[in-house]
Ligand binder design. Structure first.
Ligand code: SD4
Length: 331
């Protein structure tokens, strides 16, 4: 632990001293003897991650690619109308539109994202198509929809009766007040390490319920909602996206891992940065939740949250399916 701290300090000092970028230490970190159990392993945010991990495992167990595993895994949640915070069935914005955000990243730093996409059930697959079939990395709104349709995705009504009912009830007071830790209110972020040691991640959401039209959170923003670096590790975020974007959260977690921090330590440091920014702005963080989840290239994992109540699902050969409660910074 002490050594790790010193390593962190010297890494950050080197960065501050301008002689070295923090990334210069990546090579050294990757050359350190692997301590973790290796792959395959898959992690997903929240309880619905158990179901998503099962699907991802079908790919991982057959020696498949982590990228395929994360896409297939989160699609299950996107397609489920009972899961009302992601994909089909997601809660709408304050004007009644279901707008979806998603991004995907592989071990070679290929990235793809869609922002504020309407009418398409599986935004993660559109994000992957952006990554693989366009010269761009992000498509938004109407352009994203046109692209999806050109790729053969089907246009559908995503507003299910239950979400519409909730929205109509909400309209009576029209008060934007997200409630923390409501299962069914959250993003699915998934990280996988395959049997060949390749990392990938996916993140998909309908965003904060009853948000302003056009609002984008952290989830489809590479670096904020998701980041993968094959040498350092991978991270995803869930919770109030505005706060995650402020510290470029997932990239921060991965950068801290590149400095030698274990996944849980890196997540904790990133949560502390978020707390610091709240204090700086004199804002109250009682009604805010943030959770980070991280996976190292050698299969170690960890998570940390601002408030109690965050959990994640784990599946590996040793752990056939488990929900883990995450420690929190605030009491
Ligand atoms: C967002 N981060 O749109 C998402 C929402 C979320 O748990 O993760 N809720 O800000």
């Amino acid at each position: 632990m002490g050594n790790r701290r010193n390593f962190l300090k010297s890494g950050l000092a080197a960065a501050a001293g301008l002689a070295l970028s923090p990334w210069n230490t990546l090579e050294a970190a990757s050359k350190k003897k692997a301590k973790g159990p290796g792959g395959p392993v898959v992690l997903s945010t929240w309880k619905f991650g158990i179901k998503a991990n099962e699907e991802a495992w079908k790919v991982l167990a057959q020696n498949g690619y982590a990228l395929d595993a994360v896409e297939q895994g989160v699609r299950i949640i996107e397609s489920d109308p009972e899961e009302r915070s992601v994909g089909y069935g997601g809660r709408p914005d304050r004007d009644g539109h279901v707008t979806l955000d998603a991004c995907i990243m592989d071990d070679k730093a290929n990235i793809g994202a869609v922002l504020c996409l309407e009418h398409i059930k599986n935004p993660i697959s559109v994000a992957r198509a952006v990554m693989e079939k366009t010269p761009h990395v992000i498509l938004a709104g109407e352009g994203a929809l046109q692209f999806a349709l050109s790729q053969g995705f089907k246009k559908e009504n995503l507003l299910v009766p239950e979400s519409e009912r909730e929205w109509r009830t909400w309209l009576k007071n029209s008060e934007y007040k997200p409630i923390i830790n409501i299962e069914n209110h959250d993003t699915i972020g998934m990280l996988a390490l395959d049997a060949q040691g390749r990392l990938s991640g996916a993140c998909t959401t309908s965003g904060m319920a009853f948000k302003m039209r056009g609002r984008i959170g952290d989830s489809p923003i590479i670096g904020a909602g998701l980041y993968v670096d094959q040498d350092a590790g991978a991270a995803v975020a869930t919770g109030h996206g505005e706060e995650v974007i402020r510290v470029v959260g997932s990239h921060l977690v991965v950068m801290l891992m590149s400095q030698g921090l274990a996944p849980d330590e890196a997540c904790k440091e990133a949560v502390k940065q978020i707390e610091k920014k709240f204090r700086l702005r004199g804002k109250d963080m009682k009604e805010t939740q943030i959770g980070f989840l991280a996976l190292s290239p050698d299969g170690r994992y960890g998570a940390y949250a601002l408030q109690k109540g965050f959990n994640f699902a784990l599946k590996s050969k040793a752990e056939p399916g488990k929900l883990i409660n995450v420690p929190a910074l605030l009491p």
